[in-house]
Design a protein around this ligand. Structure first.
Ligand code: NDP
Length: 294
């Protein structure tokens, strides 16, 4: 039997709809949420993500502003923009689109954002709060994975979750979240990376397998236990002359073959991607509330 498709688009729509009431309330009370996105350079994938974030804000009636800098801009220029946004009362959340071009100190930039406006949750203070189990914000993509699993009826409690990828953006924070003694967590988590021995064997021991690698169709059917839940975080552009844009998006999982083995699977697109945007909207609303002491 083929795997059940976990519909990230549908779940993200539910979340966006649920946020409408909170946004209206904040507006009625004179505290409308606002999101500032800063993008440096001309990377087409980053530009597309920023565009999606802007559209989501417009749809929900969240004020948004985009600050665009050339890749040749000075590091200090970027820090000046962030400082202004930190002081701007109409901005509840600040997000710097990653990765930054060469020459920028990413860690310095992320640390310059006020932690209460850090809707991406990459500031070390927010990372620490999450790790000790008292989160202020949760990083959007791993949070999206957790919520998607919960709302799709996948309980990770007591299960073996294997995460392939240990980036600060996806793998590490997801591991920290799912190992917490908390609802939607309590999993036994294994994190793999490029130096892991017997990766296929470890993957086959997963009840829930999460791929966050950045390598098209890397996870093959013989790396997946029958009936396992497979979450594909990967978004990779592969050339496709037949496609209108000359490329198409594929995940890190060989979807067509893995779905014959898995019990449930997230597609790309339409899986984790829309959840990331929904959780960013969630965090922006949360930031607006925090700033008025709610
Ligand atoms: P990174 O490149 O930062 O990290 C990739 C991880 O995969 C690293 O830990 C790396 O190991 C590991 N890896 C690479 N090759 C192998 C291999 N052969 N075997 C085992 N592990 C390997 O990527 P990100 O975490 O930023 O992103 C991962 C994917 O998720 C990308 O496709 C990205 O586009 C996508 N993404 C999607 C988002 C969404 O909204 N859906 C948001 C963010 C990312 P090592 O540490 O040893 O190098």
């Amino acid at each position: 039997m083929e795997a059940r498709i976990i519909d990230g688009k549908k779940v993200s729509e539910e979340i966006l709809n649920e946020l409408q009431r909170d946004i209206q309330k904040l507006k009625d009370e004179g505290n409308p949420p606002g999101l500032a996105v800063v993008i440096v350079g001309e990377d087409p994938a980053s530009a597309a993500y920023v565009n999606m974030k802007e559209k989501a804000c417009a749809r929900l009636g969240i004020y948004s502003e985009i600050h665009r800098l050339y890749a040749t801009a000075r590091h200090a220029e970027l820090l000046d923009i962030i400082e202004d946004l930190n002081d701007n009362p109409s901005i509840s959340g600040i997000l710097v689109q990653l990765p930054l071009p060469k020459g920028f100190d990413q860690s310095d930039v992320l640390q310059s954002i006020f932690p209460v406006k850090d809707v991406d949750a990459f500031h070390p203070e927010n990372v620490g709060l999450m790790l000790v189990g008292t989160p202020r914000f949760m990083p959007c993509t791993p949070y999206g994975v957790q919520v998607l699993l919960q709302r799709s009826g996948v309980d990770v409690q007591g299960k073996h979750v294997v995460i392939v990828g240990r980036s600060n953006i996806v793998g590490k924070p997801l591991a920290a979240m799912l190992m917490q003694k908390a609802k939607g967590a309590n999993a036994t988590v294994t994190v793999c990376h490029s130096q892991s021995r017997d990766l296929p064997g470890i993957c086959r021991s997963a009840d829930v397998l999460v791929a966050a690698i950045g390598s098209p169709c890397f996870i093959k059917a013989d790396m997946v236990k029958e009936g396992a839940v497979v979450v594909d975080v990967g978004i990779n552009r592969v050339d496709d002359p037949a496609a209108q844009k000359g490329y198409r998006l594929v995940g890190d999982v060989d979807f067509e073959n893995v779905k014959k083995v898995a019990g449930a699977i997230t597609p790309v697109p339409g899986g984790v991607g829309p959840m990331t945007i929904a959780m960013l909207m969630h965090n922006t609303v949360r930031a607006a509330k925090l700033q008025v002491g709610e």
